[in-house]
Design a protein around this ligand. Structure first.
Ligand SMILES: [Ca+2]
Length: 509
């Protein structure tokens, strides 16, 4: 299957170039929250097919338990329309309901109209939706599109529906403006060190570190800038030296709590890394993180939980159909790699210390509906978000090699729904890993396009990696290497042309 082929390719790539995977970044506590006001609540609803005992007003009453139901045996298309007396601005329409495989629409278009009556224009289409359940589970689907303004009407053109009981139904339809206000300050995150054997941390490369800090400073005129690091390095003295320099320069940082990189980079027994639990991707213990919080205060701004879904899929494949996917030294757990109960304490830690958690992954059920365990894992994430509302930002990692080009416009749909579950926002991990041929030669224009995609689709932050794409540093290595003594690296840490292009694009008009 496609996903298996993709992961096989990843594994081959990683072995070929000697790097450890795909990692991704964060968000700042001061982020501007997206405006998620549900405009549907002030609209008037109408429909071309109605069961009078379940009126269309139930569609936008804000009450999940009330539903709109069509008449029996409807022909298609049918239309469900919301109108306002004055023009509205929005960029997102979400429908939700239960018994999804029994009665939710299967295929619909979002259409908008200036006057709410004529000249309807299609702005988004669902394609055929494969819902997951036919029970009391509430499922939802969001369609995002470029913001429209001064529209007095929006409607669903329903092209088909699941008609197990001869009618279709929906519990809620929401119309949202998720575009941040023009003065919102987004956060940019640079992944400083994922735990490589030739990384800045293991070599305590203060020269490159200071040059990188100096290079990102201009971005702070318009953005919050944060670094992310993996704390699983054995030499904690070096780690603290790097964190001390960041704090001394007024730079905030995230530390990786759990990551696929822990499995990939931290599993050999004779290496420079010492994860807390490589079998489950845990980078550092809560007590270790508590020590950093005491030492660095607000500079230690948050935690990252990265690619646990993607790695869980890979581990499941290794255990079943594809044992050859395992990289050398991987610690394959006898139980599940992904366990929400192992990750929940880190969200609790962040909650206790008023920090944020970035939860990032390339693998989302929207794009892999054939993977049932993924749906279960995402439900567990949703429950965790409900337990700690406003604490976690969910991010999409665009390191899915071979993903369709349309993903650049569609990615937010895979994760935006988590905001309803309690996520504080959503964001993008902008990665040159997505260029399957080489992350080094990935065109800067590709990375810039993705960054703009993120910022224009309401991402409160965008994170960038790998570090050597943007700054003069050796490509990540599984083996220890002190490049700092090599004459080849006297210019280490200075910006590459990729960084300059990105900086100019982000600071431009
Ligand atoms: Ca309702």
């Amino acid at each position: 299957m496609y996903g298996f082929e993709r992961l096989r390719f990843w594994a081959a790539l990683l072995l070929a170039v000697g790097v450890a995977g795909m990692t991704f970044g964060g968000w700042a506590p001061s982020k501007a929250a997206a405006d998620s006001t549900n405009l549907a609540l002030t609209a008037t609803a109408s429909a071309t097919s109605v069961n009078p005992s379940n009126p269309v007003s139930h569609l936008n009453d804000g009450i999940v338990s009330t539903s709109y139901v069509s008449a029996d045996n409807p022909s298609f298309p049918q239309y469900v329309t919301l109108t306002w007396p004055s023009g509205q601005k929005f960029n997102s329409v979400r429908i939700s309901g239960w018994n999804a495989l029994g009665q939710l629409p299967k295929n619909w278009d979002i259409q908008v109209s200036d006057d709410g009556a004529t000249n309807w224009t299609t702005v988004a289409s669902s394609g055929d939706v494969a819902w997951s359940t036919n029970d009391s589970t509430l499922e939802s689907r969001t369609l995002n599109f470029s913001p429209v303004t001064n529209k007095k009407g929006v409607r669903l053109k329903i092209n088909g529906a699941y008609l197990v009981w001869n009618h279709f139904a929906m519990n809620e339809m929401r119309v949202l403006s998720t575009v941040p206000p023009p003065n919102a300050r987004s956060t940019l995150v640079f992944n400083l060190d994922q735990g490589f054997g030739n990384g800045i941390v293991v070599n305590n490369d203060q020269v490159a570190l200071q040059r990188i800090i100096d290079a990102v400073q201009p971005l702070q005129t318009k953005y919050n800038v944060i670094f992310v690091l993996n704390p699983m390095v054995q030499n904690k003295t070096n780690l603290k030296a790097v964190l001390d320099t960041l704090a001394a320069n007024g730079m905030s940082f995230l530390l990786e709590a759990a990551s696929s990189d822990v499995e990939t980079l931290g599993s050999c027994t004779d290496t420079f890394n010492a994860p807390a639990d490589p079998y489950h991707g845990i980078a550092a213990s809560i007590s270790e993180l508590t020590g950093y919080k005491t030492r660095y205060g607000n500079y230690f701004a948050g935690l990252r939980i990265f690619e646990m879904f993607g790695q869980d899929f890979t581990i499941r494949a290794v255990k079943t159909t594809d044992p050859d996917w395992a990289l050398p030294c991987w610690k394959i757990p006898s139980d599940s790699f992904f366990q929400i109960n192992l990750l929940a304490p880190y969200v609790a830690f962040a909650d206790q210390h008023n920090m944020f958690v970035q939860w990032s992954d390339p693998d989302w059920y929207r794009n892999r509906t054939w993977d049932a365990p993924q749906a279960t894992s995402e439900q567990q994430l949703a429950n965790l978000l409900n337990t700690y509302p406003g604490r976690v930002i969910v991010t999409y990692a665009n390191n899915e090699i071979g993903a369709p080009a349309s993903r650049i416009y569609d990615w937010a749909n895979a994760i935006q729904g988590f905001v309803d579950q309690g996520a504080s926002g959503y964001g993008l991990s902008d990665q040159s890993w997505e260029c399957g041929s080489s992350e080094v030669t990935c065109p800067a224009s590709t990375i810039i396009d993705w960054a703009r995609s993120g910022l224009s689709q309401g991402a409160s932050y965008v994170q960038f990696e790998p570090i050597w794409y943007f700054f003069q540093l050796p490509r990540g290595s599984f083996s220890y290497d002190n490049y700092t003594t090599s004459p080849d690296w006297v210019n280490r840490g200075y910006a590459t042309s990729n960084f300059t292009a990105l900086k100019n694009a982000l600071l431009g008009p």
